[in-house]
Design a protein around this ligand. Structure first.
Ligand code: NZQ
Ligand code: ZN
Length: 383
């Protein structure tokens, strides 16, 4: 087990009726910037629920944060926040709204440009504004981590940003009932791959982390059908929501080495084609496992084959291949295509991704052994 530091200060307020805790969690006298996406919260009643709780507060609304939030949009929110003297940010929406709000909360008190914060890191010379969240889509874990992913229209790039943890996050499974089936599928995929990025790495680092990770994956596999079949199945949605949070809040990463190559390649796919985040991952991960599965990831894949898919017969190579096939089949059972060609993504996109990694000299993976040539092989296998 590697040495590690662990801290997660976010208070989770989970379940029916928790929205009523909202006014008690925001300091009296706060001037709140409410941040939203494209409007789903208006049609499913979440907006009304939030407004009902905030009657006593001075609020300013910012609408129009798009999926894969664009810095060009966020600059407008930051300008509004500065002009209005905002001192609290409340994000109401999915991972995109939450991520955007982490950047907004750091940028309002800062003099630096928002894209500069993304490229060079948050402004630590200022006090980042406190952030609360009301989550409407289980997927990213953004409600309980300090990560964010921000895009630029101008440069067609998408990069990570480290902000602050939300002070609190309200997770009300009923708010997810209105999700389109495609977003549910992408959310399950994203959560599953978050676990894989922290699990299919080096074998034997922590049996406890292994079992926690397997618990999340097995729960998602077991609950998938119920989550997808009946949007209003409260328990299935609650299990999904908690699984997604636990998949990326640091709890399964203690003392282990992480990968994240699938995400880095997936971000490029989104940046260049607009494909939804979770969908990029189910295309990249099986291909990445096929390229590395018999090498550096061999021992952990064998462990995964047995523990998650119950594969015990056949040679080691056969067990590994079966585990990868079962993983891809699971993604396809979500209703998602798992090959670049099926989404009309051609060699010119592959070439641009490889060019970017080569130019940046990026090395990915738990062993830092995935260079641009390996990325090229992964994309070829994903065709
Ligand atoms: O914009 P609105 O109208 O709200 O519609 C959204 C959006 O179109 C809709 N939606 C959300 N909740 C809904 C709903 N529609 C109906 N009913 C509801 N309850 O869903 C669409 C997608 O929303 P979005 O917020 O983009 O989805 P998600 O939560 O998957 O977030 C994706 C973003 O998070 C980043 C991704 O890269 C991407 O930019 N990630 C953030 C991470 C983090 N902070 O740790 C880690 C992840 O790996 C990921 O990279
Ligand atoms: Zn993700």
């Amino acid at each position: 087990m590697n040495p590690f530091k662990f801290r997660n200060p976010t208070e989770l307020l989970f379940g029916e009726g928790m929205i009523e805790m909202l006014p008690k969690r925001i300091p009296q006298g706060s001037k709140i910037l409410l941040t939203f996406g494209g409007g789903s919260v208006k049609s499913n009643g979440v907006y009304d629920d939030v407004c009902r709780q905030l009657k006593e507060f001075d609020c300013v609304e910012f609408w129009g944060i798009e999926p894969n939030p664009k810095v060009e949009t966020l600059r407008k929110a930051i300008e509004l926040g500065k002009r209005e003297g905002i001192n609290f940010v409340l994000a109401v929406g999915g991972g995109s709204v939450l991520d955007a709000s982490k950047l907004i909360a750091n940028a309002i008190p800062s003099e630096r440009d928002a894209w500069d914060l993304v490229l060079k890191g948050a402004d630590r010379s200022v006090v980042t504004l406190p952030l609360g969240t009301v989550l409407t889509i289980p997927a990213t874990g953004s409600e309980m981590n300090r990560g964010a992913v921000i895009s630029s229209i101008k440069t067609q790039e998408k990069f990570g940003f480290w902000g602050e943890y939300p002070l609190f996050s309200i997770l009300e499974p009923r708010y997810t009932f209105s999700l389109p089936a495609y977003q549910v599928a992408c959310g399950i995929a994203d959560s599953f791959v978050h676990v894989m990025e922290q699990y299919i790495c080096r074998a034997g680092e922590s049996p406890l982390m292994d079992r926690w990770a397997e618990g999340i994956m097995l729960t998602l596999i077991e609950q998938r059908e119920a989550i997808q079949r009946e949007p209003a199945d409260y328990d299935a949605r609650a299990n999904f929501m908690l699984s997604a949070t636990m998949a990326l809040n640091g709890f399964i990463a203690m003392g282990i080495t992480e990968d994240w190559a699938t995400h880095r390649i997936g971000h490029e796919l989104t940046a260049l084609t607009g494909l939804t985040h979770g969908h990029t991952l189910v295309i990249v991960l099986p291909a990445l496992l096929r390229v590395l599965g018999h090498g550096s990831k061999r021992a952990k894949l064998l462990h995964y084959a047995q523990r998650v898919w119950g594969i015990t017969s056949g040679s080691e190579d056969e067990c590994i291949d079966q585990a990868i096939d079962r993983t891809e089949a699971f993604f396809r059972s979500l209703g998602l295509e798992t090959r670049l060609g099926e989404r009309g993504i051609g060699p010119e996109v592959e070439a641009e991704i490889v060019r970017r990694f080569a130019e940046r000299g990026t090395l990915l993976g738990e062993n830092q052994d995935i260079d641009s040539a390996v990325v090229a092989r992964i994309l070829q296998v994903a065709r």
